[in-house]
Design a binder for this molecule. Sequence first.
Ligand code: ADP
Ligand code: MG
Length: 227
Amino acid sequence: LAELEGNTDMGNMMREVAAGLAHEIKNPLTTVRGFLQMAAVDGEQLPEAHYNLLVKELDRTLELVNQFRDLNRSESLTYYELRADYLVNEMVSLLTGEAKSKNVSISTDLAEVTVCWDEKKVKQILLNLMRNAFEAMPDGGDLSLKLQGSTTKGSVKIEVADNGTGMDSETLETIGRPFFTTKEGGTGLGLTLTKNLINQMNGYMEVTSRPGLGTVFTVVLPERLGG
Ligand code: ADP
Ligand code: MG
């Protein structure tokens, strides 16, 4: 069981990420430049596979820049009363098409709870975790979402579980570090952003995982933001 610690010093973390970003986007841009220069010198068309590679590299660069922008947007919290189970159901609806096309079946077990949350931010957290779950099940599988109502501590728990690839202990210890990814075309910023959002809301996240069996991310958030 690993608890993902947040960065308490946000400024420091952003500096680290900004420095990393320069490095991360330099690689794909250098690749693209190299190919284009080669084509220019040869005066010939590149094979189609090369164009596909270039597009992939540029897509990754765009995704990095987008996620960096999200990370940098430290807007203040906007919270209001809403039903947490409706919020989770909306995310399920949003991703139903994608789930179908990926052979993933989504099941839910949602308590009826009213919370005072930042809707956009909680949705972003769920989106990141659900996307990761899809990506961990390339041949399909089960994604289950569980929502547990207020405990005595006044917090609400959301579990996102998959029966995908799982993670070994080394990976488990490293996730959430800016730019750490095991995916081709991954950015490694999704969980960094997720952790930051959860910290901002004074919540925390835990993860358990077994290689070959699957992963459970547990997000615990205060039932009422702003006290
Ligand atoms: P990215 O998705 O771009 O790789 P993330 O920060 O979202 O970046 O995730 C970092 C890494 O954590 C992933 O590359 C993967 O190795 C691991 N990971 C995250 N979620 C899961 C999951 N549900 N199952 C298995 N591995 C996961
Ligand atoms: Mg991700």
